[in-house]
Design a protein around this ligand. Structure first.
Ligand code: ACO
Length: 325
């Protein structure tokens, strides 16, 4: 059985920082509410005209450099995103052109905040089957473009960014197990209703602000905790490991209280939890990717460590990956 692991990592965060203090001037909120309810202090906002593929390309270039690969050596590009450049073509196609990765086949994955994990597992299958040798998996979001800046219940939560990894065969370690889940009966809890074939863009959809994220955060909170805990438990079981074997939990960064509740529910004793939500907010598919990149680049994750990636998002979808670093 081939071992598939990460050969290079990269990230890109837009320069513009939007603080809680600035949000206080835009909607009826407070730094105190945002910090205590979510753990977020500030988030990044993409520049005018910066699309998901622009962020993804910058992150991908770093990951390729670290992996020591030329763009033409990449066989597959997967971009996990819910804020792609356009309805079609896939954002991955724009990234391919930007990189000059002309030998890669390309597609997007729409699995919201679990998108990076869905992407990793998908790429792993292609490499294991021998369909390709090197895959770029990128989580990239410009959520600021679909955020309703008049809705205080959502606009304080989200940010923009991209994280990328190169996946390929490794001699030791790599992905040990994974688990992906979905409950399609709860699509109503978190969605962007306008602009698709259900509600094509019209004056009415724009007037009703249907081109922005709609979320029932409170309902989602409990499901997020349960689903992430369950995904972690199943992935651990599949790897033949226990919670005590894990050194690093790298969760999706939607809410610090969700992260704490998941770790508590799992009864993690030895593991450390990587958190960067205070700097970036929730960047959907990019959150888990950037958290992994930073945990490694900061020298926290050491060779041989068991790492758990765990995420939950709109769909509802969730998933976990266990890796040996
Ligand atoms: N500032 C001040 N008050 C606010 C704000 C704000 N920004 N937002 C909401 N409130 C108020 C509400 O109006 C409510 O007031 P009321 O009691 O007078 O009605 C009160 O605060 C409590 O609101 P809740 O929604 O119950 O607050 P909660 O503690 O649940 O926190 C939050 C909200 C942060 C959204 C939380 O529920 C959450 O994180 N949910 C999970 C989100 C998630 O995981 N989403 C999936 C991933 S995202 C993706 O896939 C794209």
């Amino acid at each position: 059985m081939k071992r598939i692991g990460i050969l290079g990592l990269g990230k890109y965060l837009p320069e513009k920082v939007l603080t809680n203090a600035e949000l206080e001037k835009m909607v009826d909120t407070s730094d105190e509410w945002i910090l205590t309810r979510t753990g977020i202090k500030e988030r990044r906002i993409a520049g005018q005209g910066q699309a998901a593929s622009d962020l993804a390309t910058k992150a991908a270039r770093q990951a390729l450099k670290e992996a020591g690969l030329k763009p033409t050596e990449v066989d597959m590009i997967i971009v996990a995103t819910i804020t792609g450049d356009m309805q079609f073509p896939a954002t991955a196609c724009f990234v391919q052109a930007n990189l000059g990765a002309k030998n890669a086949f390309c597609f997007d994955i729409s699995a919201a905040c679990a998108g990076f994990i869905y992407g990793l597992v998908t790429a792993q299958q292609f490499i294991t089957q021998g369909e390709c040798n090197y895959a770029l998996v990128i989580g990239s979001e410009v959520l600021s473009t679909v955020t309703d800046w008049q809705d205080r219940s959502t606009c304080v939560l989200f940010g923009d960014g991209a994280g990328a990894v190169v996946l390929g065969e490794v001699k030791s370690g790599g992905i040990l197990s994974s688990y992906l889940g979905c409950d399609g009966t709860k699509t109503g809890l978190l969605n962007l209703p306008g602009g698709g074939s259900r509600n094509p863009t019209s004056q009415k959809t724009v007037e009703q602000r249907m081109h922005y994220i709609k979320m029932q955060g409170n309902e989602l909170f409990k499901i997020a905790v349960m689903s992430m805990a369950e995904a972690a438990q199943i992935a651990l079981k599949r790897a033949g490991l226990k919670c005590a074997d894990v050194q690093w939990i790298i969760p999706h960064q939607a809410n610090l209280r969700i992260i704490d509740a998941v770790a508590k529910r799992l009864g993690f004793v030895n593991a450390k939890v990587y958190v960067n939500i205070e700097r970036y907010g929730n960047m959907s598919s990019a959150s888990t990717a950037i958290a992994l990149v930073e945990a490694v680049q900061e020298g926290l994750v050491k060779k041989g460590d068991i790492v758990l990636l765990d995420a939950f998002g709109a769909g509802l979808v969730w998933g976990a990956v266990i890796m040996e670093w």
